[in-house]
Design a protein. Structure first.
Length: 355
């Protein structure tokens, strides 16, 4: 086990906050085998699939449309429209490094509200932006030699912008249409669907190293990264920044996530059971506000599955405890950890943060 992974896989404090009352993956006193876990894993996955639901879409043409291409100092940028249903398309940015290629290259999926911030680009001016540079994960990773796709959340391409776009009006309008057209689905199901289509596009490229695929996101993007990464076995690592892993940590009951079903006393699931599905693949949580010391309880509960693979070091948290936005120290730690997990050279922060 490498030093950073070892250090970040153990809580730095004894008090893990209010008890989250998480159901163990196995009954107390049972010493499970890997075969036991595989049976339990199938049952848990079936539960999650029922909770998330399924779309009602007919088959549709999934071929992307190239809108434009342009050059940046360290990457080639392609703007695409990627179909997400019979009559919707998400804005997608493909970032390809200019550096001589590793063959194949590691790859990254970066979901968020809009792809331009994650790519660090003003798409109208075709110029870099300085705004919120620490969450420009797409820009960070393409500078490290990754092929990157940055995707868009569904409300912005599902319905026109409301005349009175105040607060979450666009989200409510987009979600209402999605759930009306797909009565057996959820908002989080739609977010995962769109992100998985972006993943399909990325992994269709011949230059991608399918053994080194990370999904990374902040806040809403962290939720999308967490769900998509846990449910898609092609994704080898998740980095999620302050998305709120506990039901009470953030607005999981919003209609564009899971809705009020999570408040049902008989609701059977919590997020340690989703994280366990990701085992033995790697997961890194950047905590700061929505995520907190109690978030460790979810990783520790999922550790029962990871232990069976000898991969407890694949679970890590960096808690900067300074608010919702990640800090430079937490970002540097996340990328150093990712390089360890993917057996890649340690990246230089001067190159990816201040290039």
């Amino acid at each position: 086990m490498r030093e950073l992974s070892r250090r970040l896989s153990v809580p730095p404090y004894a008090d893990l906050g209010e008890d989250q009352h998480l159901k163990p993956l196995f009954p107390r006193g049972v010493e499970p085998t890997l075969a036991d876990w595989e049976r339990e894993r199938r049952a848990i996955r079936e539960q999650w699939d029922r909770v998330i639901g399924t779309p009602s879409y007919p088959e549709f043409d999934r071929a992307p449309e190239v809108v434009d291409t342009f050059e940046q100092p360290q990457c080639h940028v392609t703007i695409l429209r990627l179909p997400t249903g019979p009559d919707t398309r998400q804005l997608l940015l493909l970032l390809e490094p200019h550096d001589p290629p590793r063959t194949p290259r590691p790859a990254a999926i970066v979901p968020f509200y809009h792809p331009d911030l994650m790519a660090g680009l003003d798409l109208k001016a075709r110029q870099p932006i300085a705004e919120r540079s620490l969450v420009q994960f797409g820009a960070h990773l393409v500078r490290q030699g990754y092929v990157v796709v940055c995707g868009e959340a569904f409300p912005y391409n599902t319905v026109p912008e409301p005349e009175k776009n105040v607060g979450f009006a666009w989200w409510h309008a987009g979600t209402e249409k999605v759930l009306r057209d797909n009565p057996h689905w959820t908002g989080i199901g739609k977010l995962v669907w769109d992100t998985r289509l972006a993943t399909d596009f990325l992994l269709s490229r011949p230059d991608v190293d399918r053994e080194r695929v990370v999904i990374i996101g902040h806040s809403l993007g962290g939720k999308m990264a967490f769900y998509t990464g846990c449910l898609d076995e092609r994704i080898g690592a998740i980095i999620a920044s302050d998305f709120g892993i506990g039901w009470a940590f953030t607005n999981w009951d919003a209609p564009w996530y899971l809705g009020p079903q999570i408040h049902d006393p008989d609701f059977p699931l919590a997020h340690h059971q989703l994280l366990a599905l990701h085992a033995p693949r790697s997961f890194f949580l950047i905590a700061g506000h929505a995520d907190r010391p109690a978030s460790w309880q979810y990783l520790n509960a999922a550790r029962e599955a990871y232990r069976l693979y000898g991969r407890e070091d694949a679970l890590a948290i960096f808690d900067h405890a300074s608010g919702h936005q990640p800090t430079e120290e937490s970002i540097v730690a996340a990328y150093q950890w990712l390089a360890e997990q993917f057996d890649l050279p340690e990246p230089d922060p001067e190159r990816y943060l201040r290039a």
